[in-house]
Design a binder for this molecule. Structure first.
Ligand code: ATP
Length: 204
């Protein structure tokens, strides 16, 4: 059972996956909000039934899985539907994140939440860890990784929280503006700090 929940966040391409993989290698449980959100709408789950009731059968594909593209298109053009969907999924995601985080076998758990700042999920965790990279680095890395246009990435960056907003709520920051080799020592240092904090919270 973990005694400290650390929310890990950062903008697109900031290096969250790289960092969370390093924590995982150190034996820390990492709970990924994106995976968890997908699992909540798997066939047979109550949330998928609610979505089907709201939008009709055509929101599912032939194998009964959620047609995400169709759903995205529906809510994209209709704020009311988007609001309905967020109201359904967000509380479930929050609840499940904390549950899985607390039940995790490591002394502390990392909750990897890309939109932590945007959805104010920093309130759920004991500490917020921000992976920080300049927009120029984010652009370069995502274009390299995904083979997408600069405009595409720029548009995502501009719809996300700004670097300043993220840093304003950070308790800890990993600087990922340099070489990949500079990440590991920062992760190691934080790991030791979180182990200590987790011990203190057991005693408290
Ligand atoms: P997303 O928000 O899109 O899920 P992310 O925050 O998880 O992205 P990563 O996938 O970890 O980011 O990193 C983005 C890309 O940049 C990857 O291809 C990764 O290997 C690369 N990368 C990350 N950090 C560095 C670095 N310091 N130097 C060079 N490349 C890097």
């Amino acid at each position: 059972m973990s005694h400290l929940l650390v929310g890990l966040t950062g903008g697109i391409g900031s290096g969250k996956t790289r960092v969370s993989d390093m924590f995982a290698k150190l034996g820390v449980s990492v709970i990924d909000a994106d995976i968890l959100a997908r699992d909540l709408v798997a066939p047979g789950m109550p949330a998928l039934r609610a979505i089907e009731e709201k939008f009709g059968k055509h929101i599912l594909d032939n194998s009964g899985m959620l047609n995400r593209r169709e759903l995205r298109e529906k809510v994209f053009s209709d704020p009311e539907q988007k609001h309905w969907l967020d109201n359904l999924l967000h509380p479930l995601i929050r609840q499940e994140l904390v549950k899985q985080g607390k039940e995790a076998p490591s002394e502390y758990a990392i909750l990897a939440v890309p939109l932590l700042v945007e959805n104010q999920l920093n309130k759920l965790v004991d500490r917020t860890l921000v992976v920080d990279a300049e927009p120029q680095q984010q652009l370069k890395r995502v274009i390299n990784r995904d083979d997408v246009s600069e405009e595409h990435v720029q548009s995502i960056i501009s719809h996300q929280a700004s670097r300043t907003e993220r840093l304003a709520i950070a308790d800890d920051v990993i600087d990922n503006n340099g070489e990949l080799s500079q990440l590991q020592p920062q992760v190691q240092k934080l790991h030791e700090k979180y182990l200590k904090l987790a011990k203190i919270s057991v005693k408290a």
